[in-house]
Design a protein around this ligand. Structure first.
Ligand SMILES: [Zn+2]
Length: 278
């Protein structure tokens, strides 16, 4: 290869192609409950298949034209080294590190005691619903580009942050808050934060009126406690399309949207996908 040609190729990949190929990525925040954006240092025509903790993870082109893995990190991870399995013609390992993050403890009062100490029937209902919800979160749709520049799905203040360790009605059990709460009056419109396809809607014991949207490559968002659902399974939605209304169905202490962002079937901090933090 002549030196000039080599320089032209480098120029193309560094300057020209990013505008054509690069897409928005979430913010890299490698903590439990965060997202790791890992440069795989590969720019093959075909995307590698990447797995983390035996689950397939999203792979998209970054601004430097390299493939990047976008990995959802479970809240249960500890700080230290983690490994991705990267499959091209051969299989290689790619290490990345997780930083420590401490989530605060919060006391939550739920007026409806049955939501904290469910009856036998309630538990049976929940056990029937859970696999359906897990299956929806496990959805994988092949798609080259994934919309990852989200807008806020409802106007309102963040009333409970993602990850908080929460104790309901002084019970012993502590659970992490796996979504981001946005407080708003009953009936406030909820919009799709990005383009996607509605893969499930329903009314569940804990989450009340719920909508699941698939955005591609394992990125699924859900909207809980809705008083009204305006979409149905199979609907294609664009950013800003109305999907329902804020309510107080399911386990709540007042009307709000509980918004979940799931990557590789791992619930992560939704704010990493928002352009601004407020
Ligand atoms: Zn919540």
């Amino acid at each position: 290869m002549s030196k000039l040609f080599k320089h032209l190729v480098i120029f193309y990949f560094c300057i020209v192609s990013p505008g054509l190929l690069a897409q928005d990525l979430p913010r890299h925040n490698p903590v439990p409950g965060g997202v790791a954006v890992v440069d795989l240092k590969l720019n093959s025509a075909k995307a590698p298949v990447v797995e983390f903790l035996k689950r397939r993870v999203m792979v998209v082109k970054g601004k430097n034209n390299n493939w990047h893995a976008v990995v959802g990190l479970p809240l249960t991870l500890k700080k230290g080294s983690q490994t991705l399995t990267v499959k091209t013609e051969d299989t290689r390992k790619r290490k990345f590190s997780i930083k420590h993050k401490k989530y605060e403890l919060r006391q939550i009062t739920i007026p409806n005691e049955r939501m904290v100490s469910p009856t036998k029937e309630d538990i049976e209902r929940h056990l029937k619903e859970k696999p359906l919800m897990t299956a929806a979160l496990n959805t994988w749709t092949e798609q080259d580009e994934v919309p990852m520049s989200f807008i806020k799905p409802v106007e309102g203040r963040f009333s409970s942050q993602f990850g908080l360790r929460r104790q309901y009605n002084k019970q012993k059990r502590i659970r992490n808050h796996t979504g981001l709460d946005i407080a708003a009056p009953n009936g406030t419109p909820i919009i799709a934060p990005a383009k996607g396809r509605v893969i499930r809607t329903g009314n569940y014991f804990f989450t009340g009126g719920t909508v699941f949207i698939d955005h591609g490559q394992g990125l699924v968002t859900l909207y809980c406690h809705l008083s009204k659902i305006d979409v149905k399974e199979g609907d294609e939605v664009n950013q800003s399309d109305r999907i329902g209304e804020v309510g107080s169905t399911g386990r709540v202490s007042g009307p709000h949207l509980h918004w979940v962002v799931s990557l590789n079937n791992t619930k992560v901090e939704p704010k990493l996908f928002l352009k601004t933090n407020n």
